[in-house]
Design a binder for this molecule. Structure first.
Ligand code: 0GY
Length: 308
């Protein structure tokens, strides 16, 4: 089947730069996706966008280029609850990829166990309206209750303005809860202002809530360095996001994860250089100990606990 990309779609960066920051051995890119390829794994009818293809071979090439050892592949909404493309990555990764699926309440126990065998360790609940249709909370709670005995967790994606309404639902979940992209704060607001404080308090009060300090390119207003010279001077890329991510890393060093978000769906302004994204890391995890927690120890504990 041939798919036409959403108008204005930006393809992922085909030649990412070599990062200046060398990630520690055994590092995990804990948030990335694959798209199709559409002729092998068709996109879902209910999708809100049609991406370019981004295959497992291309994901593995990026992993090696950036110096990562493993991936956590998160089901993208363009595949709906058809997890075949994501599971195919896990099956071809030689044990170096784990996955996060999207399921409906109609999923069978057999399907859950099969996905577990393949390396799935979580489900994602998406509350971003431009990406998905509404799913009733009782259906999500039912799914969470069914996956909990497998040792899986729930990944949640939402916009900061929706946190007050979602908070009680998150704290009622019977699993670890991993928040994508810091709950998408508005980085024009103060890092110690009431909005971000609400999120920090959620993590303080609930030891089962984890956070991905990912996607500066999505959250930033200042953007990437405008000039090559800025990079040479070692100025942080996406510098307005740094105080938010750094605060979370330093306050909750044992519950943070990092990921590229390759192939970067729905970025219509600019496509990040993944090498530059890696160079964001030492600005938010400023010591080797914090870098190791963020990139190795934490994702290993969550996704490969049998090896820790
Ligand atoms: C991300 C962000 C986005 C998209 C998805 O599954 C998805 O379609 O997650 C977005 O558009 O903000 O984490 O990849």
């Amino acid at each position: 089947m041939k798919f036409e990309k959403t108008p204005g779609w930006l393809d992922w960066c085909a030649q990412p730069s070599q990062p200046r920051f060398a990630v520690p051995p055994g590092s995990v890119d804990a948030h990335c996706h694959v798209f199709g390829p559409g002729h092998l794994f068709p996109f879902a009818a209910e999708r809100k966008y049609t991406p370019c293809d981004a295959s497992r071979e291309q994901l593995f090439a990026l992993r090696d280029h950036l110096g990562f050892a493993r991936n956590v592949v998160v089901q993208a909404t363009c595949h709906g609850a058809y997890n075949r493309a994501m599971v195919d990555v896990l099956k071809h990764s030689g044990g170096r990829a784990r996955g996060v699926a999207t399921v409906k309440r109609t999923v069978t126990d057999h399907e859950l166990h099969y996905m577990h065998e393949c390396g799935v360790r979580g489900v994602r609940f998406n509350f971003v309206r431009r990406l998905v249709d509404f799913t009733p909370r009782d259906e999500l709670l039912e799914i969470a209750t069914r996956i909990a005995p497998l040792g899986w967790h729930v990944v949640v994606y939402f916009e900061a303005v929706d946190l007050p309404e979602l908070r009680d639902f998150f704290t009622a979940l019977p699993t670890a809860v991993v928040v994508d992209h810091m709950g998408r704060p508005d980085v024009r607001r103060p890092v110690d202002g009431p909005d971000f404080e609400l999120f920090v308090r959620l993590m303080h009060e609930h030891g089962n809530v984890w956070c991905k300090v990912s996607c500066p390119e999505r959250l930033s207003v200042s953007g990437p360095p405008a000039l090559a010279g800025e990079r040479a001077a070692d100025l942080p890329p996406y510098r307005d996001v740094v105080p938010f991510a750094r605060r979370i890393v330093e306050t909750f060093p044992d519950r943070v994860l990092w990921g590229t978000d390759w192939p970067h769906p729905n970025l219509l302004d600019h496509m990040p250089d993944d090498g530059l994204l890696v160079d964001f890391i030492p600005h938010i995890a400023v010591t080797p100990a914090l870098q190791r927690s963020l990139l190795v120890d934490n994702p290993m504990r969550l996704y490969w606990p049998e090896e820790t």
